[in-house]
Design a protein around this ligand. Structure first.
Ligand code: GLA
Length: 387
C-alpha cells in the first residue's frame, strides 16, 4: 500500500521525494448505538480497513488535497487560513476542518502541505470513513509538523471539528475508535468518563461479518441531530426531579420508575432506548469477557429491535438484513451498526456457515430490495500508523 500511495502522490503532484505515508482505521460498533452522546457505553473496534494518506510539507502556505475516491475529482487548493466551509468538494471539509480545529487549539501550521488520500472503507456505509480521514489528518500533521498531542486528544479534537466545522453533532465513539484502535481488541468505552478497557475479541470458530445495504445514509446528519435533541429534551424532563447528568446515569429500573416525567411520548421512547442500550452494552462486554457469544448475539438482536422501534433510526433495508439473518443457520447475532438510516449491519456468524448464510441473505435481500448487498468478513485492527 505504501508503494501505491507514493505512486499516487507522484502522479498527482509530479514527484514523491520526501513523501510520508500514513493510515487510520474505520470502525465497526459491536453494540452501544446512540449512547455516546447520552453519556453511556459503546463497544466498537477499529477495522483493518481505513484511509491512507501520502503527504509532504510545502515551502509556501498552500494546502492541496486530492482524493482517489472521488471519481473525476480535482486537486483542491486553498491557502492556509481560508477556513470557509465549502459546498463544492464536500469531502475536503473533513480534513480541512481538522486544520481549522488545530488552529482553534493554537496550533498554526507555518507551511502548507500536499496530500493524496485513498480509502478502502465504503463511504456512506456507517463505518466511519469521515472519522478515519479526520484522525488520519490530525495524526499525519502531528508527525510531520512535530506538535505534541496524545491520541485521545486527537480523537477529541476531531470530534470538535466534526461538530463545529461540519455541523454533525456526533459523539466521541468514531474518532475514539479510530485513534485508539488495538489489533484483535474491541474498546469498551464509558463516554461520560472517557475511561476504557480493551477486550480481546476471541471468537474462535466465529467471524464478524459486516453486511452493507448499499443504501447511503444521506439523510443521516439532520435525523441524527434531531435524535440528539430529542434525547436531550428527555434528559431535561428527568432532571426536573432527578440529579442525573446524562441518560447513561440511569438503570432500567430507575427509568421505569421515573419515565412518567417525560411528557412527550416520542422523547420517552428515545430515552428508553438510550438507557436500555447502555445496560445492554455493559452486559455485552461481560458476555464477551466470559466468552458467552450466544448471549452477546442475543443482546445484538435486542439492540436492533430497540433502534428500530424506540429510537427509529433503522430503515427497511437494514430490517430486511436482520430479519433474514435471524432466520439463517449459524448467525449468532446481527444488528444495524453506526448512525443508521442506511449503511451496514454487523453480525457474528459461525465460520462454517459464513458462505451459506451470506448466499441466502444476499439473494433474499436482492429479491426484496431490487439491488445487491455486500458482505465483508473483518478483523479488529490497530490505530493510526506511519507505513
Ligand atoms: C455516528 C456518530 C457516533 C455515534 C453513532 C451512533 O456514527 O458519529 O458518534 O453516535 O452514530 O451510535
Amino acid at each position: 500500500m505504501k508503494e501505491y500511495m507514493l505512486d499516487l502522490f507522484k502522479k498527482t503532484y509530479g514527484s514523491s521525494d520526501g513523501v510520508r505515508v500514513f493510515f487510520a482505521p474505520g470502525r465497526v460498533n459491536l453494540i452501544g448505538e446512540h449512547t455516546d452522546y447520552n453519556g453511556g457505553h459503546v463497544f466498537p473496534c477499529a477495522l483493518t480497513l481505513g484511509t491512507y494518506a501520502a503527504v509532504r510539507k510545502r515551502k509556501d502556505n498552500k494546502i492541496r488535497m486530492y482524493s482517489k475516491n472521488i471519481a473525476k475529482g480535482n486537486i483542491i487548493e486553498r491557502n492556509y487560513g481560508d477556513f470557509s466551509v465549502t459546498n463544492k468538494n464536500n469531502w475536503s471539509n473533513y480534513p480541512y476542518g481538522v486544520v481549522w480545529a488545530l488552529s482553534q487549539k493554537g496550533i498554526h501550521l507555518e507551511q502548507g502541505f500536499d496530500v493524496v488520500y485513498y480509502g478502502n472503507i465504503p463511504s456512506g456505509a456507517g463505518l466511519s470513513s469521515s472519522a478515519s480521514i479526520e484522525v488520519l489528518t490530525a495524526y499525519m500533521l502531528r508527525e510531520i509538523y512535530g506538535y505534541k498531542m496524545e491520541l485521545q486528544d486527537i480523537a477529541l479534537m476531531c470530534q470538535y471539528s466534526e461538530n463545529n466545522y461540519n455541523g454533525m453533532n456526533c459523539g466521541i465513539m468514531d474518532q475514539f475508535a479510530s485513534a485508539m484502535g488495538k489489533e484483535g481488541h474491541a474498546i469498551f468505552l464509558d463516554t461520560a468518563k472517557l475511561e476504557y478497557e480493551y477486550a480481546p475479541v476471541n471468537l474462535e470458530n466465529k467471524k464478524i461479518v459486516i453486511m452493507n445495504t448499499n443504501k447511503k445514509h444521506n439523510l443521516g446528519t439532520s435525523k441524527y441531530n434531531e435524535r440528539r435533541s430529542e434525547s436531550e429534551a428527555a434528559l431535561r424532563s428527568l432532571q426536573t426531579r432527578l440529579p442525573i447528568k446524562s441518560l447513561g446515569d440511569m438503570s432500567a429500573e430507575q427509568f421505569e420508575e421515573y419515565k412518567y416525567l417525560i411528557d412527550n411520548s416520542v422523547n420517552r421512547k428515545r430515552a428508553k432506548h438510550a438507557v436500555y442500550e447502555n445496560q445492554r452494552t455493559i452486559q455485552a462486554y461481560n458476555a464477551l469477557v466470559a466468552n458467552d457469544i450466544e448471549r452477546f448475539g442475543q443482546l445484538m438482536i435486542q439492540s436492533h429491535e430497540s433502534l428500530r422501534d424506540d429510537y427509529e433510526v433503522s430503515c427497511r433495508e437494514l430490517d430486511i438484513l436482520v430479519a433474514e439473518g435471524i432466520d439463517c443457520k449459524g448467525v449468532c447475532g446481527i444488528r444495524m451498526t453506526g448512525g443508521g438510516f442506511g449503511g451496514c449491519c454487523v453480525s457474528i456468524i459461525d465460520s462454517e456457515y459464513v458462505d451459506e448464510a451470506s448466499a441466502i441473505i444476499g439473494s433474499r435481500y436482492e429479491k426484496a430490495v431490487g439491488y445487491k448487498c455486500d458482505f465483508y468478513t473483518v478483523l479488529p485492527g490497530g490505530g493510526p500508523a506511519e507505513l
